[in-house]
Design a binder for this molecule. Structure first.
Ligand code: IMP
Length: 426
């Protein structure tokens, strides 16, 4: 069997968690391949809601092995707190496996994230301040500390001391802060985190390949999204990893030929948190409608998300760079009350029309969206369970999106519950 990838096609918060959870039910293994606890999604199962940041969605199914891949940056304290939360609510985390090659987020990464943001002033990126960027930066500088280092006290202390030599200089001389005491950090992480995480630390690449070899179904769960990708997003207003489908290869140790299905998750409108260009951004009552009706506030940080119309130009790019095999449209029900629904089909800038994403980002800053207006359906979709029950206008809307993006829509979300998903034949 081959692997399936679930990837966000916009700026995150597309409702990936719910669809990943749904697809995860049919899988034997779910692997997170990048990001850290900057992600956050809420799953509603039998009216109970679970907020997950690091543990892969599949954890809620007893038959699924959840794996945190090497491409993830892991804050051990956050991971343990999440495992405790799940255990206290009757969800076993015994099968959770954590790649020994994943990098750790340590307290100084979080401090540096906040300091960098403050230092940038009005140019700040609007990060989640979880230490994601600094942890990946240490990885690239080759002073990162990996999960496997927790298993060897001597190595952990040595690497930490080496890493802090540089970091403490930055903290004290650039930011005028107190230095971090290597022994204090080592005592805490070796004393409390290492023994608890040790039984979960594993050869994740080996596990994934054994599962594929034995014919299992493996789901690769991306966090964030295509336009927050370090290479393909609206740089520098991006995260520090590769959420695109290719990130599953590097972040979980599989090759491109191991993937045969890539599901792109797209919300029926768009939101973004933090700074950066956003051609279809809305500042009117329709935008307020998206935010209020769908409660578009960050799961992690509580920040109000910036709302906008669906952008097919972005989706075309996402289809290309992820080689999407299908689209899942989330939150279609949020459009229920709108008389007219707009879809951006191209941009215009400096008298030129762009059907594909302009490679030069300054164009994106001054681009004006070219909209097609579609009639709304004015019917509550939250109780619809079959495609045949969809009003004609909703069908037409979905067909329009398929035609604009060139990718079939295979699933549609009409509410937060697991059952509120319409599945279309592939
Ligand atoms: P970082 O990932 O914390 O470094 O933040 C970099 C950018 O990515 C900021 O604009 C964040 O708001 C955004 N971001 C990071 N994680 C998420 C997410 O899960 N959903 C939406 N935006 C995110």
């Amino acid at each position: 069997m081959a692997a399936t990838v679930v990837v966000g096609t916009q700026w995150g918060d597309e409702g990936k968690g719910k669809f990943t959870d749904l697809v995860a039910g049919q899988m034997s293994m779910v692997v997170r391949y990048q990001g850290g606890h900057n992600a956050g999604h809420t799953l509603v199962v039998d009216g109970e809601s679970f907020a997950l940041q690091l543990v892969p969605s599949g954890v809620l199914y007893p038959h699924v092995t959840p794996v945190i891949g090497n491409g993830v940056v892991v804050d051990p304290r956050v991971l343990l707190a999440e495992m405790d939360m799940l255990e206290s609510r009757g969800v076993s985390t015994e099968k959770l496996r954590l790649s020994g090659n994943a990098h750790l987020i340590l307290p100084y990464h979080q401090e540096l994230d906040a300091l960098h943001e403050r230092h940038l002033g009005k140019n700040k990126l609007g990060t989640t301040k979880r230490g994601i960027g600094p942890a990946y930066a240490d990885r690239s500088m080759r002073v990162g500390i990996r999960v496997q280092d927790l298993l060897d006290e001597k190595i952990f202390r040595e690497k930490l001391r080496a890493a802090l030599e540089h970091t403490n200089r930055v903290l004290t001389r650039v930011f005028n802060r107190l230095p971090v005491d290597a022994d204090e950090v080592a005592d805490e992480y070796l004393g409390t985190c290492a023994p608890r995480l040790a039984p979960h630390i594993a050869d994740a690449v080996g596990l994934v390949h054994d599962e594929l070899d034995r014919g299992g179904d493996v789901l690769m769960e991306g966090a964030q999204a295509t336009f927050l990708d370090l290479d393909h997003g609206t740089y520098p207003f991006v995260t520090s990893s590769n959420p695109v489908a290719g990130g599953a290869c590097t972040g979980a140790g599989i090759g491109p030929r191991d993937i045969d299905r890539v599901i792109g998750i797209a919300k029926a409108y768009v939101t973004r948190v933090g700074a950066g260009p956003f051609p279809t951004e809305l500042f009117d009552e329709v935008g307020d409608h998206f935010v209020e009706v769908s409660h578009e506030y960050g799961t992690n940080t509580g920040r109000r998300r910036r709302p906008g119309w669906l952008d097919a130009v972005m989706l075309r790019y996402a289809a290309r760079v992820n080689s999407l095999s299908e689209l899942a449209i989330t939150k279609l029900d949020i459009l229920d009350q709108l008389e007219t629904i707009r879809v951006c089909v191209a941009y215009e800038a400096d008298g030129e029309r762009y059907d594909q994403l302009p490679y030069h980002q300054s164009v994106l800053h001054r681009a004006t969206p070219v909209y097609e207006d579609l009639p709304g359906w004015g019917v509550d979709l939250s109780d619809v369970t079959e495609r045949s029950q969809l009003p004609r206008e909703a069908e037409d809307y979905l067909a329009f999106v398929e035609q604009q993006v060139g990718v079939p829509v295979d699933m549609v979300g009409v509410g937060p519950g697991r059952h509120q998903v319409l599945r279309f034949a592939a």
